[in-house]
Design a protein around this ligand. Structure first.
Ligand code: GAP
Length: 584
């Protein structure tokens, strides 16, 4: 049994079997955009439906939303995206290529220059060979590298190598030496000098209406989350929900990524599945229940409790997300939690956990769960002039039970706590006064997942190349995608054993027609049964049904299991029960 889940192998299977195609391929493709083919769109739909079922339908405290992609541009001012949603980008002064400043070394290492230098270092090349590289291969690979272009720079590099060879034992240090640049990185494509990094806003701009005027500029949403905040009041008014509750949305998002890479991992058009879960501020919880449960209390996270503070809600959602990821078929051993360090957090965030998956190109973010305080709703309150406060009757009643002295003590306790965290004590007093009236701007926990990244992880995880021995003892092999039945694009394939016997053929059609009313089913009548199995293995179909002569007698057919390759005879009712069981 062998598994070679490099990205090239996965992408080639995805193309061959209709999962993922390069967008606009007939015109040479367009960088950062991907299309999902017949199998891919079924699988993607399954991921989204499963997320929706888990996040919305199976809960009583989450309502759904389906908002537009283009929204009022003021939303992006309020959210901070207009001013700060940018990547640092630099340009090569020589070859004019643009790149993300933080990806220069990755591009170098993965590209032909890095590979060539790495090979030299790996074989322990001496100074002569390194200099020969500059006069030979380097001319084609990195023509704008100083040591490749001029003899003086090459001499200086050789002298530095002689003086301290150990300093140049990595591709990065060697390349910088050859570039003879003291204080900036060289271009990873040609060796030229890069400009200073400049912020590049990632939002796609468009014009609404026929007039190309700056007043008509709008943006394709870079995340689905902001529509949830912008529609918070409407959903609250119409859903009969009260805090704590969530609003979920999934759909397309767009980011003009400077360097889209790693297949669909970083795309310019992608889909997100986001939940904004609104909770009471901890101070409101304390007023109501006299205490705030924190993680130090070692709470049971299986069922939400009234006295939970933000920290417990955050951890609860981390656990919920991990449970869903596993239910989709990613083993717990394949992903990990990364808790962002205080200096990595956005200024308003209290905590953020990235769920990292071990992709073939490295362990990278699959999704994130952030505790965002009341930042988003407060920003929209400030920019729209509309109050985003909720009225909480239970909170007002709890506050009414306090006498004036207790209220004053509570107020000063909160003011001191805010001051200790560098926040304004007067603002704390105003905030507590509102709490006594039962009013506050909810805080939010945000689990935010990418459909395309989840799909890529599931594809990488499912792929296996197996070496087999056929019934005649000959070596054989197969590629099999071990998708969980819930996610598999096709649940069941139906084959007639033979095509030229109408009774068998028609019975098989009957079984197929019956199954496809309920499940994504596939009909295949071409070629030997073994080849038909292999085709289904490559798209991860869990069960293959073969209708034969015995079916005509007793109604049973063979059901072949994708993973064990074992066959079992059963009736249609038994098969349906088996499928239902696996899809729950
Ligand atoms: N509302 C929060 C937010 O958008 P994010 O970390 O920027 O947070 C959330 O994005 C998730 O969306 C990521 O964890 C990832 O799964 C997905 N995502 C973000 N940018 C992406 C891209 N360029 N291509 C594919 N998926 C992306």
């Amino acid at each position: 049994m062998e598994t070679m889940n490099s990205l090239d192998v996965i992408s080639s299977l995805c193309k061959r079997r209709g999962f993922i195609f390069h967008s606009s391929e007939v015109y040479g493709g367009i960088n950062g955009f991907w299309d999902y083919g017949p199998m891919g769109c079924e699988m993607k739909r399954n991921i989204k439906e499963d997320w929706w079922r888990f996040t919305v339908r199976n809960r009583e405290d989450v309502a759904g939303l389906d908002a537009t992609i283009i929204m009022h541009p003021a939303i992006w001012k309020a959210s901070g995206h207009l001013d700060t949603f940018s990547d640092p980008m630099c340009t090569c002064r020589a070859c004019k290529k643009l790149m993300r400043a933080d990806q220069v070394w990755d591009i170098l290492t993965e590209g032909p220059i890095g590979q060539s230098l790495q090979a030299l270092l790996a074989e322990g090349a001496d100074i002569g060979k390194l200099a020969a590289w500059c006069k030979g291969k380097g001319q084609g690979l990195a023509p704008n590298l100083a040591a490749v272009q001029n003899a003086d720079a090459l001499t200086a590099a050789v002298e530095a190598l002689k003086a301290a060879p150990e300093k140049y034992a990595t591709v990065q240090s060697l390349y910088t030496l050859f570039a003879q640049l003291a204080d900036s990185s060289p271009c990873p494509y040609c060796g030229g000098e890069l400009t200073e990094p400049r912020p590049f806003n990632l939002m796609f701009k468009t014009i609404v209406g026929p007039v190309e005027d700056p007043a008509n500029v709008a943006y394709l949403r870079p995340e689905t989350a902001q529509a949830i905040f912008a529609q918070f009041l409407n959903v609250l008014a119409t859903s009969r929900q009260t805090v704590p509750f969530g609003i979920a949305q999934m759909g397309k998002s767009f980011r003009n990524e400077v360097t889209p890479r790693n297949y669909t991992f970083r795309s310019r058009e992608f889909e997100q599945m986001e939940l904004e879960y609104f909770i009471r501020p901890d101070e409101a919880v304390e007023l109501m229940f006299g205490r705030v449960t924190t993680m130090a209390d070692n709470p049971d996270l299986s069922t939400p409790q009234d006295a939970w503070g933000w920290e417990v809600w955050h951890k609860y959602w981390v656990e919920q997300r991990k449970a869903w990821i596993q239910a989709c078929g990613l083993p717990a051993s394949s992903f990990e939690e990364y808790w962002q360090k205080p200096d990595e957090l956005a200024h308003y965030a209290r905590a953020c956990v990235d769920i990292l998956y071990a992709f073939p190109f490295g362990t990278q973010e699959l999704e994130g769960i952030a505790a965002r305080s009341d930042f988003d709703l407060s920003q929209h309150q400030k920019h729209s002039g509309k109050s985003m406060e909720v009225f909480d009757e239970a909170l007002k009643l709890a506050a009414a039970k306090l006498d004036d002295a207790a209220k004053a003590a509570f107020t000063e306790k909160v003011a001191a706590d805010w001051a200790a965290h560098g926040k304004d004590a007067d603002a704390a007093r105003a905030f507590v006064a509102k709490l006594f009236e039962g009013r506050f701007v909810p805080h939010v926990i945000e689990p935010s997942a990418g459909v395309d990244r989840m799909m890529l992880a599931l594809l990488c995880n499912a792929y296996e190349e197996q070496k087999l021995t056929d019934e005649k003892g000959k070596d054989d092999s197969r590629v099999v995608m071990h998708f969980s039945p819930r996610i598999a694009p096709v649940k069941v394939a139906v084959f007639p054993l033979v095509k030229n016997k109408p009774e068998v053929y028609n019975k098989a059609r009957e079984v197929f027609e019956h199954l496809r009313r309920r499940y994504a089913a596939f009909w295949d009548e071409g070629g030997a049964i073994g080849r038909r199995y292999r085709r289904q293995d490559e798209i991860g179909t869990p069960w293959c049904v073969t209708v034969d002569f015995q079916t005509l007698d007793d109604g049973t057919f063979t059901v072949r299991d994708r993973d064990t390759m074992q066959q079992e005879r059963m009736t249609l009712e038994q098969l349906k029960a088996k499928i239902e069981d696996a899809l729950i």
